[in-house]
Write a protein that binds this ligand. Structure first.
Ligand code: PLP
Length: 445
């Protein structure tokens, strides 16, 4: 297609780099979501809302570091804090004052967090949260909602390949599935019925709905889950890896006013560097507390991790969280995305493109309408279609859309859609709307 030809023409160095990378990395990439056909761009630089590929093309960035960059690339205060930490040393195998300040910031901002433990990633955070819940309750099962992504360890793997959907998943023991109860999105009656069995250790949910609202959450679901888990002694885990410090300084739990027992965090918590955290009730986090275990006579669960709370991530996290706590960063990103969704839907309607933009907070998603429903983008309600259609994003169509936008200077995420940051400006909005206009024309070719 002419879209691909133009892309190849603009990204010759990226093409060469991608070809070379295939002899180093499977598919030439280091994260499944970075896969793009015919090849992804290579990016070595970003600033604010923009990033540049190695051919020198500039992009308005909505991938946002997989969600880690609420403040955009290279926020000067975050960068300065990281440089200062680097000069002090990167690894002491000891407690640090930075980790203390970082932990205090998390506790100060996230309503349900009484104690916190840092991890090296979000996947590690959901793994630790699950283990804490099992140790605390003495139960083995986990209740999850279909289509939700919570990282890639055995109990959570999903999203890039659908897991626990009744078919075996390569590399994961079939016995794992026996302890994972899957319930359809928003099926609160199904969740209650499963919880009534009294053998579920934890329920995990992303409080905005799957993939930051790609499959949105219905009104009342969080409250109903809170009640049903409390009534059955089940641990409620909010996976705030994306929503934490994004929906509001206190995350989705603050925005919705529902208090989980445990919260998993990553991405923004570490200010754009690697890191994650589990926070929550002191009596649950106690399961990794040496003194509590000895005093109370329970078996402590292990939680080592060489790079837990590494001082460079801590420095970035302290700076980012302080900016978020003391500014309107979340509100600005939320307002930008709301305006983008609205303007895009008006454009989709005007051009007769059968897609719709929707989303919550600072996210936007494109409904690709693969079933060719007759929809009005401006009034589109994601609850009006089966959730599987919201997730139906054929890779070839997603890649075409992404590339059509890239040749017009905008990098979307592969949802497809993206995340707004506090660094996006009116100028970015103008570039983005022009790009959508041009991309829609090209997609119709
Ligand atoms: N949970 C959610 C909701 C996520 O979106 C992600 C990553 O995108 C994870 C967990 C896993 O986090 P990480 O990529 O840091 O392992």
């Amino acid at each position: 297609s002419t879209i691909i030809a133009e892309y190849r023409d603009r990204t010759r160095r990226s093409a060469e780099q991608a070809e070379a990378a295939r002899s180093v990395f499977p598919s030439g990439i280091t994260h499944d979501a970075r896969h793009l056909s015919p090849y992804p761009i290579t990016v070595d630089q970003g600033k604010g809302s923009r990033k540049w590929d190695i051919d020198g093309n500039e992009y308005v960035d909505y991938f946002g570091g997989h969600g880690a960059l609420l403040l955009g690339h290279c926020h000067p205060r975050v960068t300065a804090a990281v440089k200062e930490a680097l000069d002090d040393g990167t690894q002491f195998a000891a407690s640090t004052t930075r980790e203390y300040r970082w932990g205090k910031a998390v506790i100060g901002m996230v309503p349900s967090v009484e104690r916190v433990r840092f991890t090296a990633s979000g996947t590690e955070a959901t793994l630790l949260a699950l283990r804490l819940a099992r140790a605390y309750t003495g139960r083995s099962k986990l209740l999850r909602f279909t289509s939700y992504f919570h990282g890639w360890h055995d109990h959570m793997t999903n999203g890039y390949s659908s897991h626990f959907d009744g078919t075996p998943t390569a590399g994961v023991l079939p016995s794992i599935a026996a302890d994972v109860v899957l319930v359809a999105p928003n099926d609160i009656e199904g969740a209650k019925a499963a919880l009534a069995g009294g053998d579920i250790a934890a329920v995990i949910i992303e409080p905005t709905g799957a993939s930051f609202g790609r499959v949105p959450i219905a009104d009342g679901v969080l409250q109903a889950l809170r009640e049903a888990t409390a009534a059955t002694g089940t641990i409620l885990i909010f996976d705030e890896v994306i929503s934490g410090f994004r929906c509001s300084p206190g995350g989705a739990q603050q925005a919705y006013g529902v208090t989980p027992d445990l919260t998993t965090m990553a991405k923004i918590v570490a200010g754009g560097l690697p890191g994650g955290a589990v926070g929550g009730r002191a009596d649950i986090l106690e399961r990794i507390d040496f003194e509590a275990a000895a005093d109370k006579g329970f078996e402590k669960i292990a939680h080592p991790g060489t790079f837990n709370a590494n001082p460079v991530s801590a420095a970035a996290g302290i700076a980012a969280l302080d900016i978020i706590a003391t500014s309107d960063a979340c509100d600005r990103a939320n307002a930008y995305a709301a305006e983008l969704r609205e303007r895009l839907n008006r454009l989709l309607k005007a051009t007769g493109m059968p897609f719709a933009a929707y989303g919550t907070f600072s996210g936007f998603h494109l409904f690709l309408n693969v079933e060719k429903r007759s929809i009005d983008p401006v009034t589109f309600d994601p609850f009006s279609v089966p959730w599987k259609e919201l997730k139906a994003s054929p890779a070839n169509l997603v890649d075409r859309i992404r590339i059509a936008m890239m040749i017009n200077g905008v990098d979307l995420s592969g949802w497809p859609g993206g995340l707004a940051s506090a660094a996006h400006t009116e100028d970015d909005m103008a570039v983005t709307m022009k790009a959508f206009e041009a991309a829609i024309a090209r997609l119709k070719e």
